[in-house]
Design a protein around this ligand. Structure first.
Ligand code: 3H9
Length: 702
């Protein structure tokens, strides 16, 4: 029919195949090709039924997301998919949709416009639009409740997670589960139903009646909590509710209005930016697809603490056998017990079976020696942050590991080149900075040293994907991307309490902005002693006369190490709920008194700007230094490792939405008040602001 959609025939069955790799998105030409094929099949008297299928590995992954930006910029009119789907649904000959891989968003909407759906047992279907800050825009909110029932449609449209083929059949979204060849199964099904009268999904109203209004109220409550700041979730619920109150046509009209409002929102722009950003960070300038990679078939982790155990789980989850080494039996036993407990929790929650847990546990070999290290393809060191110990370990590894073995350190702050200097193969040494809990958090900072080879970097990025992480490449500096930026952000949060803000005000302001937790709450959770230990190690680098935050140190000196001690910036009750800690206020007053700091009441705006602009200013410096390749790398680090709200796109995207001129003006105000050592504006911000540009216009210098 066109380059993207082919019409072929097997006896009395027409086969429409979408051929738009890699994921058969509904790019311009695809919906038109499907419609033209349906019309041609209807006009052909030899055809009795139609099969619609995706070529390659999947059905349709949804609308072409790249088109949305063109629509909001006015370059293109809004995609009008709904009327095209009506033509499919109005086909006089039955349309059987064959789903393999994924039917997502517009893909599921297209499938639901068919009269029947058969589904491969490994396939998934879903309405993930809410994750892009929009709602289904091609009658998904109207047809899905007619097939799956209202409660499930609300959940699928407001939460956005896909469901399995089995569940799709159980719910009535699909009519038959196919094991084996999906096309053959679809053709056989089409022959069975070819002579039956067609029933349009939009006429199937049985599941819309008698819905308990609590379904919508509960979903709205959940959405307000779990999708804070994201109006699309509430809009999706409104649109599904409309299906129970309005005719199909009116419901589609209402859905269309809400879709438009969402599409033009800043939240949607941010989430779409984040979607493509996750894929952009995998592309490293100068390290193309032609770069050779090492095969990683086995691994070893040194250290069975929280990080080491979590890292070992990642390897086992990916089916890679992993040795986990400790120095003492009791530490090894403790580490293994934690791993076992984590897996058992997942089994109890139904995430996977006991058999899967057994397989994963069997891939983990606990031991106290370096036996077998000569065979593994990668070693990840995850011992505590001390340079001397790390160097000793890397020196030992250098004598044991095979030449092609990658030597990775999970350090969060230490210099990778210094660690590499303990070996005779610095080209094989790299940072693999996982985030706690390492079996849960998606971010992996891959830190390149000055001698790390391209092949080792390419292997690390590919390995990240295999371990189901979002791998972001960072340069070597203290704290790399994430923790280096966090330093001034945390600094300001403490300065604010020294100057008169309360812990609760600081935490709430940043939480209300959208962060998963306020900065002082994060410090308490991570453990104040961690930073205290690092500060002691780096004290010699502090510039005399420059103000440093002191409250956390005072808390640590008094054993207030944060949540684990029941007390840090806040106190924690038996349910780990924070309550104000009067000691913190007293320490803050003491620091202010001794340091000649004036105490005053501080506005929410100042709290937000001081913390956010400290973060952004440091991010700009990282770009200038080449530590971060592109603003999007910083944003993806913050979205996946630090609880930054995805619907704000990340710190650098947020700065663009504020406007760099405004950001710069505020940084200059803070510089005047607090001095250039703390607040000198990044030259990059000055330059971009002067040129009227944004971070998104920044071209990598790599
Ligand atoms: C929608 O449908 C709205 C409707 O209601 C209609 C309104 C009118 N568009 O992720 P991968 C690219 S909204 C354009 O690495 P995987 C992706 O950027 C949409 N491009 O593969 C990448 O490009 P590159 C609702 C897309 O196997 C390449 O394909 N649908 C799209 O790990 C490979 O992707 C969704 O939200 C797209 N829709 O995962 C689904 N999808 O190679 C979004 C992918 O240049 N997609 N690309 O970097 C996904 O969740 C995953 O891509 C998928 C495959 C699970 C499909």
């Amino acid at each position: 029919m066109n380059d993207l959609v082919k019409l072929t025939q097997q006896n009395e069955i027409a086969i429409i195949t979408i051929d738009n790799p890699p994921v058969n998105a509904l790019s311009p030409g695809v919906p038109e090709g499907i419609v033209a094929s349906v019309e041609a099949a209807n006009a052909d008297p030899t055809i009795k039924a139609i099969v619609l299928i995706g070529g390659g590995t999947t059905f349709i992954s949804g609308a072409d997301i790249r088109e949305f930006g063109k629509m909001t910029s006015g370059e293109k009119p809004r995609i009008a998919l709904t009327p095209k789907l009506l033509i499919i649904e109005d086909s006089a000959k039955p349309v059987v949709v064959a789903i393999h891989g994924q039917a997502l968003g517009g893909g599921l909407e297209t499938a639901m416009a068919g009269h029947y759906r058969v589904i491969a047992d490994t396939a998934q279907v879903g309405q993930p639009e809410v994750k892009l800050g929009i709602i289904p825009g091609a009658a998904g909110t109207q047809r899905l409740p007619r097939l799956a029932g209202v409660a499930k449609a609300v959940e699928m449209c407001a939460v956005g997670d896909p469901i399995s083929a089995k569940e799709a059949v159980a719910l009535g979204i699909a009519d038959r589960l196919i094991e084996g060849d999906i096309l053959a199964g679809a053709i056989a099904f089409a022959r069975e139903i070819a002579d039956k009268p067609v029933v349009r999904t939009r006429d199937r109203n049985e599941k819309l009646a008698g819905v308990d209004p609590a379904v919508f109220a509960t979903a709205r409550d959940t959405a307000r909590k779990t999708k804070r700041g994201q109006p699309a979730a509430l809009a999706a619920i409104d649109a599904v509710e409309a299906a129970t109150k309005l005719s199909f046509e009116e419901g589609c009209e209402f859905e269309g209005q809400l879709f438009n409002e969402c599409l033009f929102s800043i939240e949607s722009k941010a989430l779409i930016y984040a979607f493509f950003g996750e894929r952009t960070v995998a592309k490293i300038p100068g390290i193309g697809k032609e770069t050779a990679t090492y095969e990683i078939k086995s691994a070893a982790v040194i250290g069975a603490g929280t990080m080491g155990g979590g890292i070992a789980m990642n390897y086992a989850n990916a089916g890679i056998p992993v040795i986990i080494k400790e120095t003492a039996q009791d530490a090894l036993d403790r580490g293994l017990a934690v791993i076992r407990k984590n897996y058992a929790n997942s089994v109890a929650k139904g995430r996977f079976s006991q058999a899967v847990m057994d397989q994963r546990m069997a891939l983990i070999t606990p031991q106290l020696t370096y036996d077998g290290f000569e065979q593994v393809d990668i070693v990840v060191e995850a011992v505590f942050e001390g340079m001397a110990l790390k160097k000793e370990i890397f020196g030992t590894l250098d004598t044991i590991a095979k030449p092609s073995c990658i030597l990775a350190s999970n350090t969060s702050t230490l210099n990778i080149d210094d660690i590499a200097s303990a070996t005779k193969r610095p080209q094989m040494v790299i940072g693999h900075h996982f985030f706690s809990p390492a079996n849960v958090m998606r971010l992996l900072e891959v830190v390149r040293g000055k001698d790390t080879s391209k092949e080792v970097i390419a292997t690390s990025m590919a390995l990240g994907k295999k371990l189901k992480k979002v791998a972001v490449l960072a340069g070597n500096c203290r704290g790399f991307i994430g923790n280096r930026m966090l330093h001034p952000y945390f600094r300001e949060s403490q300065f604010l309490i020294e100057e008169g803000a309360t812990v609760e005000e600081v935490n709430k302001t940043l939480y209300d902005f959208g962060w998963a937790m306020g900065p002082l709450a994060v410090s308490d959770l991570a453990g104040l002693d961690v930073g205290w230990r690092i500060r002691k190690e780096f004290r010699h680098l502090e510039k005399p006369g420059v103000r440093v935050p002191l409250v956390a140190d005072l808390l640590c000196e008094n054993g207030r190490f944060g949540q684990k001690a029941g007390c840090g910036f806040s106190k924690y009750d038996e349910n780990r709920r924070p309550v104000p800690n009067p000691e913190t206020a007293a320490f803050a007053e003491q620091v202010a008194r001794e340091g000649g700091i004036e105490r005053r009441s501080i506005s929410k705006d100042e709290i937000l700007d001081r913390c956010m602009y400290a973060l952004i200013n440091e991010g700009a410096k990282l770009l200038e230094e080449g530590i971060a390749l592109r603003p999007v790398d910083i944003d993806i680090v913050y979205l996946n490792g630090y609880g930054f709200p995805a619907w704000r796109g990340g710190p650098m995207f947020y700065a663009d939405t504020v406007g760099l001129k405004k950001v710069l003006a505020r940084i200059e105000e803070f510089e005047a008040q607090h001095g250039s050592d703390l607040w000198s504006p990044a030259p990059l911000i000055k330059r971009l602001a002067a040129e009227g540009k944004t971070f998104s216009s920044y071209e990598t210098q790599a």
